[in-house]
Write a protein that binds this ligand. Structure first.
Ligand code: GDP
Length: 290
């Protein structure tokens, strides 16, 4: 936003403002009085983090959303964008997934707690639109990656995990790595800077009840993604798969025709984006490894 010329952008981190604390959130809104709010904050994690800690993924995300959305309403925030997630859609939704698929079937069990919290947030935004007439909107991003990602070996999402695993294998001279699952699920990946541009674009061009998918509209298998990461990192050893680890949903590629019809399109190709994420990881390894 600052690159686009906005001069008064505030974004307290969780150490400065714990969004789970209702009083702190209400006080922050009373003293800061933002005109526009983008609610991107959430407790997030990869497939294992979600499956291991469903209680926190449900409770923390519900509290973050209810506190921020209530405070924004109380202080008359005119424009608000809430970020959902592509995992809110049914496990076996028709592919590519259209926005209308929401609430038409059962969820993927490895991240249902997170998905239910996000669905509550989407409904909360719609409720405010209907009851209070405010132009609040929601966007549904696909799997994200890029600089600043979480590279924790157990809790991260797949691209960050693979970047770290292949980097460590290459530098240690290891001859084999083992990834999770079968490698056959398909995933779509969006660079975080493309999502940031989409958020701004929607705030400037969209005002309707339905949420808007944000992705690239194309996917690949986890095995293909791993080959790409290995190439970028320069790892040349063997790649094995541990089928005892969870695969998650078989496929979740988004139909992005709603946002492309509005005039937005992704710009950052996957290879280029992975190279950028990898460069960031190497530079910030000491802290990113935490
Ligand atoms: P999901 O899209 O919600 O399932 O979340 P992830 O990004 O965590 O996982 C995507 C897919 O990558 C799943 O099929 C995993 O089994 C697979 N995968 C393979 N290796 C890894 C790994 O090291 N970490 C993670 N998070 N996923 C992995």
């Amino acid at each position: 936003m600052e690159r686009e010329g906005f001069t008064d952008v505030v974004g307290p981190c969780s150490a400065q403002l714990d969004l789970r604390e209702r009083r702190a959130v209400l006080d922050w809104f009373a003293s800061t009085r933002p005109d526009v709010v983008v609610l991107a904050a959430a407790r997030v994690g990869g497939i294992k983090a979600n499956a291991a800690r469903p209680t926190e993924f449900l409770s923390d995300n519900l509290r973050i959303q209810v506190n921020v959305l209530d405070a924004a309403l109380e202080h008359g925030v005119e424009r608000l964008l809430f970020l959902g997630s592509s995992c809110v859609y049914p496990k076996f939704a028709d592919q590519p997934i259209r926005e209308e698929a929401l609430l038409t079937g059962a969820l993927e069990p490895t991240n249902d707690a997170y998905a239910i919290a996000k669905i509550a947030g989407l409904l909360h935004v719609q409720a405010v639109r209907r009851q209070h007439g405010l132009p609040w909107i929601s966007a549904m991003p696909t799997n994200l990656y890029g600089p600043g990602d979480n590279f924790h070996p157990e809790h991260s999402h797949v691209l960050a995990s693979l970047i770290r695993r292949f980097h460590e294998a290459r530098t240690a001279g290891a001859r084999r790595v083992v990834n999770w699952g079968t490698g056959t699920p398909r995933r779509e990946f969006l660079h975080v800077d493309d999502l940031a541009r989409a958020c701004l674009y929607l705030l400037e061009h969209y005002d309707a009840d339905g949420s808007v998918n944000v992705g690239t509209g194309t996917d690949l298998t986890i095995r293909e993604a791993a080959e790409l990461v290995a190439e970028v990192v320069g790892y040349q050893g063997a790649v094995e798969w541990d089928a005892a680890q969870p695969d998650g949903t078989p496929r979740k590629v988004l139909d992005i025709s709603r946002i492309t019809t509005l005039g937005w399109a992704p710009r950052i190709g996957l290879r280029e984006g992975i190279a950028e994420a990898y460069a960031w990881y190497v530079e910030h390894r000491a802290s990113a490894a935490l």
